[in-house]
Design a protein around this ligand. Structure first.
Ligand SMILES: Cc1cc2nc3c(=O)[nH]c(=O)nc-3n(C[C@H](O)[C@H](O)[C@H](O)COP(=O)(O)OP(=O)(O)OC[C@H]3O[C@@H](n4cnc5c(N)ncnc54)[C@H](O)[C@@H]3O)c2cc1C
Length: 472
C-alpha cells in the first residue's frame, strides 16, 4: 500500500517539475466528520471530471472529493499526455459484443470528447499546454505495416475512413522523421497535453464550483450510506469510486483491477537543429505497433516525453513508491527512443518516473452503478484513460442526475446507452496464477518484438500466445 509519507519520496516527473505553484490545486484537510450528498473517492481525472459535471447538473447537491494523497497523485498526473480517441476495446470487439451501431456510437462519442475537453479548457481558462496535433502510428517493419494497414481498414469498415489515413513512408516522414519508417497511420484525433496542468486545472475548476476537495484522506471501505476513511466515516447518499490502478488496495476489491506499471522518461529541451531532424512540428503524439507499447509526445516546452510498458507486475498487485522508477526500464526506454530518433544519441535524460494504471480482467473500461449500495465505479482504461475520464465523468453525472431528477421516467441519454455503461469485469485469478500469467505475457511481448525485428516477419506463435494470455 502507498502510504501518505511516500508522497514526499515519489520521483519528480517532468509534469510535477514544471507545474507552477499558482497552477496547483489546494486541497483542504479533513477534520473527521462530514455528511454530503455525493462522495467521490479519488482526485484523478475520473473523480474530478465526475465532480465537475455533477456540480453542473445538480448545483444544489453537496459534493466532496477525497484523495489518499492529493490531486493528480495517480496516473492522471503522471501519464504520457495523449488525450486520444482510443479505448482499450477495439471496434471489432465492441461490434461482436454489442453490435455495429454501438461500436460506431462509441467511437463517435470519443471523437467528440476531444472537442468537449477543448471547450472546458477554454471556458475554465485552463492552460494545459494542449495542442491538437493528432497521432502518428509508425510502421517500421513489414509486420508493423500489416498491422497499421489492418487498423486503417477496420476504421474504414466502420465509416471512419476520413479520420484514419494510411500514409506512405515519405508522407509519414514529413510529419515525423523516424528511422526505418515504411508508412504510418495518421489521425487528427489526439491532443498532446501536460497531464499535471490538466488535472490540477480541472481540480481548480471543481473548487470554483463549490466542491469540497479533501486530502490526505484514505477511504478504507465503501458501503451503503458511508465511506469509511482513515480520518472517520463520511455519511453520503452516493459514492463514486474512481481509484483505477489503486483499486486492489480497497477492502474486498483485491482482484477487481490489476495495477500495471508504465514508465516514462523526458529529455532536456531539444535544440532547433534536433527538432529540424525529427519533425513533429504540430506536436502529434507518436508510437509504433510493436507489442510492448511505446508512446511519446513533443512537449510544449520543446522536450520529448516518452514512455513504455513492460515493467514487471508485482506479486499480489503490490504498489510501492520504489516501483515508480526502474533503471532497467529507464535504459530500455531510452534505447528505444534513440533507436527511433538517432539524432538523440547524446541527448540528456532529465526525468524518469512511472506509475500504475488499472487493468480489469476483461480489458474493457466501464461505469457500473450499484444502486442498492449507491456506489458507482468508473475506470479500467488499460492505459487509454486521459480522454475517456472526461466521457466517464459525464456518464457518472448523467447516471446520478437521472436517478435524482428524472427517477428513470424518461429514456436514458445517449451517453447512458453507450456500451461502456454496464457491469464490472469478472475478477482476476488468484496468485500465483495472476503473477505467472501477466509476467509471461510481458515476456512473450518482448520476445515477439525481438523476433519481428530480427526476422522482419510476424511472430505468429508469440503474438497468439500474448492474445491468448492477456486478452479476455
Ligand atoms: C506512466 C503512465 C502513462 C500513461 N499514458 C497515458 C496516455 O498518454 N494517454 C492515456 O489516455 N492514458 C494514459 N495513461 C493512463 C491514464 O493516465 C489513466 O487511465 C487515467 O489517468 C486514470 O485516471 P483515474 O482518475 O481513473 O485514476 P488515477 O489518476 O490513478 O487517480 C486515482 C486517485 O485515487 C486515489 N486513491 C486511490 N485509492 C484511494 C483510497 N483508498 N482513498 C482515497 N483516494 C484513493 C489516488 O491517490 C489517485 O489520486 C497512462 C498511465 C500511466 C501510469
Amino acid at each position: 500500500m502507498v502510504t501518505s509519507s511516500e508522497w514526499a519520496h515519489r520521483p519528480q516527473s517532468l509534469w510535477e517539475d514544471t507545474l507552477l505553484d499558482e497552477e496547483r490545486c489546494a486541497e483542504e484537510p479533513f477534520d473527521g466528520s462530514l455528511s454530503v450528498d455525493i462522495t467521490i473517492v479519488g482526485a484523478g481525472l475520473t473523480g474530478l471530471w465526475s465532480a465537475y459535471y455533477l456540480a453542473e447538473k445538480l448545483p444544489d447537491a453537496s459534493i466532496a472529493v477525497i484523495d489518499a494523497h492529493g490531486v493528480g497523485f495517480g496516473a492522471s498526473g503522471r501519464n504520457g499526455g495523449w488525450a486520444s480517441a482510443l479505448l482499450p476495446m477495439g471496434l471489432q470487439r465492441v461490434e461482436r459484443e454489442h453490435g455495429r451501431g454501438a461500436a460506431i456510437s462509441l467511437q463517435s462519442v470519443m471523437h467528440d470528447t476531444l472537442d468537449e475537453i477543448e471547450r472546458v479548457l477554454e471556458h475554465e481558462h485552463i492552460d494545459a499546454g494542449a495542442q491538437r496535433g493528432g497521432t502518428i502510428t509508425a510502421a517500421r517493419s513489414a509486420p508493423q505495416l500489416d498491422r497499421v494497414a489492418h487498423e486503417v481498414a477496420t476504421y474504414e469498415q466502420f465509416g471512419f475512413g476520413d479520420d484514419y489515413q494510411l500514409l506512405d513512408a515519405q508522407s509519414a516522414r514529413n510529419i515525423c522523421n523516424m528511422s526505418e519508417l515504411r508508412g504510418a497511420l495518421h489521425t487528427p484525433h489526439c491532443l498532446a497535453v501536460h497531464p499535471a496542468k490538466l488535472t490540477h486545472g480541472v481540480g481548480r475548476a471543481v473548487l470554483r464550483k463549490g466542491v469540497n476537495l479533501l486530502a490526505p484522506v484514505r477511504a478504507t471501505n465503501v458501503r451503503r450510506g458511508f465511506v469509511d476513511t482513515d480520518k472517520g466515516p463520511i455519511a453520503t447518499k452516493y459514492i463514486v469510486q474512481a481509484t483505477e490502478g489503486y483499486t486492489s488496495q480497497m477492502a474486498n476489491q483485491h482482484r477487481n483491477m490489476v495495477p500495471l506499471y508504465s514508465m516514462m522518461i523526458a529529455t532536456e529541451p531539444l535544440t532547433d537543429d534536433v527538432w529540424a531532424a525529427i519533425g513533429l512540428t504540430d506536436r502529434p503524439t507518436f508510437d509504433d505497433t510493436r507489442h510492448l507499447i511505446v508512446y511519446g509526445q513533443r512537449t510544449a516546452d520543446g522536450r520529448l516525453a516518452f514512455g513504455g510498458r513492460g515493467a514487471p507486475y508485482h506479486f499480489g498487485s503490490a504498489i510501492k513508491s520504489t516501483f515508480d522508477t526502474n533503471h532497467t526500464m529507464r535504459n530500455r526506454i531510452q534505447q528505444a527512443l534513440v533507436d527511433l530518433f538517432p539524432a538523440l544519441h547524446e541527448t540528456e535524460i532529465t526525468h524518469h518516473w512511472g506509475g500504475p494504471l488499472g487493468i480489469p480482467r476483461n480489458w474493457a473500461c466501464s461505469v457500473d452503478a450499484n444502486w442498492e449500495d449507491g456506489v458507482i465505479t468508473a475506470g479500467g482504461y488499460v492505459g487509454d484513460g486521459v480522454s475517456a475520464t472526461n466521457l466517464f465523468g459525464r456518464i457518472v453525472a448523467d447516471l446520478i442526475a437521472r436517478r435524482e431528477l428524472d427517477h428513470g421516467q424518461h429514456s436514458p441519454s445517449e451517453l447512458l446507452q453507450l456500451p461502456v455503461v454496464g457491469p464490472l469485469s469478472r475478477r482476476w485469478e488468484p496468485e500465483p496464477i495472476r503473477w505467472i500469467g501477466i509476467n509471461s505475457g510481458r515476456l512473450a511481448a518482448r520476445i515477439a518484438d525481438r523476433s519481428e525485428q530480427r526476422t522482419g516477419r510476424k511472430s505468429r506463435f508469440w503474438g497468439g500466445f500474448i492474445d491468448g494470455l492477456l486478452r479476455r
